[in-house]
Write a protein that binds this ligand. Sequence first.
Ligand code: HGY
Ligand code: MN
Ligand code: MN
Length: 404
Amino acid sequence: MSGLTAHGMLAGLDEIAETGRDAHRGGYSRHVWQAADLELRAWFVERAQRLGLDVETDRNGNVWAWWGTPGPDAVVTGSHLDSVPGGGAYDGPLGVVSALDAIARLQATGFTPSRPCAILVFAEEEGSRFGIACLGSRLMTGALGADRARALVDPDGVTLAEASARAGLDPAHLGTDREALDRIGLFVELHVEQGRGLIDLGHPVAVASSILAHGRWRLTVTGQGNHAGATLMADRRDPIVAAARAVLAVQDAASARPGTRATVGRMNIVPGGTNVIASSVQAWLDARAETDEETRALLGEITTRVDEAVAENGCSVAVVEESWAGAVHFDPALRDRFSAALGGVPALPTGAGHDAGVLAASVPSAMLFVRNPTGISHSPEEFASAEDCVQGVEALEKLLRSLL
Ligand code: HGY
Ligand code: MN
Ligand code: MN
């Protein structure tokens, strides 16, 4: 990471390089309104104020840093600072640091914007604490209802209402923020690419064309808890065995449908004793495809196969949808305009969800991707070279200059 400091402008990533490090998982675990996230929010506010930006936190916990008077038709850029458990250094923070550095570069040339401009840092983009991705942008746009949000519970049993109150918000004010949305003339998010598109194309920067439809479902497999030594194999209703077969069914269903993706990346086993046959298993399914219909069809096949697998082990399963986001196609005119402004950079689809995708339903929205030589994300191996990061900042600066 130290290479970034050499470029000065991206020193921001160095400054937060120790915040939220996860010694157990590797990488970073930075989850909304917990210590690391609060530290990053404070870091962002200080960095923004150093640029003379006016900072405010909106009713949903998203942080706005205004260059000029907040007002209609603002050009807004930004991303998120929270991470998945054991996530990489760039997913989210690169967009925030690049926004800060692009504005610093504009200011350094004496540029004064002709319209309002803001950096926006969204709350809980990863959904790692409360289970719903893009929580802050979904609350803002009304894609997630405030009552449902308030009742969300984190793994420690803390409700979002309690957590937001502890962070200084009024939970009663969570919800659609028409005033905030009406201030946005256009939103553009810079993000590290999560995939190999730019590697294969040999370009450092791309614009986004689309985002897969994606949903999250909680599977609860229930069996019979019992003694590992006293229970004959034929007498067991073991939910871990049933869940294991369900995971294989997920793998088979998606592998048989080109372009779809389905993952079980998180499981909870109750009670979790070495000499105990479990009584229940929770497993979270993340399923995605190019269209809403394909994703729903994939889910249908998965649930059919899972029902069979679980029944064969004498267990039962309940499937509950926790999060859903339809496919996003970014405004083609804006996409092509940005691509042309940057010298004809490619337009790439992405399998990763983003706040820009949520906002696209309400305001003109676009994304820039910066090459990730590993192609890996949601892992400590996620990476972007200093040179490509600088290309990203220069591209964002160019777009902001033309828009402002
Ligand atoms: O899960 C996603 O696609 C995003 O990183 N939240
Ligand atoms: Mn992510
Ligand atoms: Mn992200």
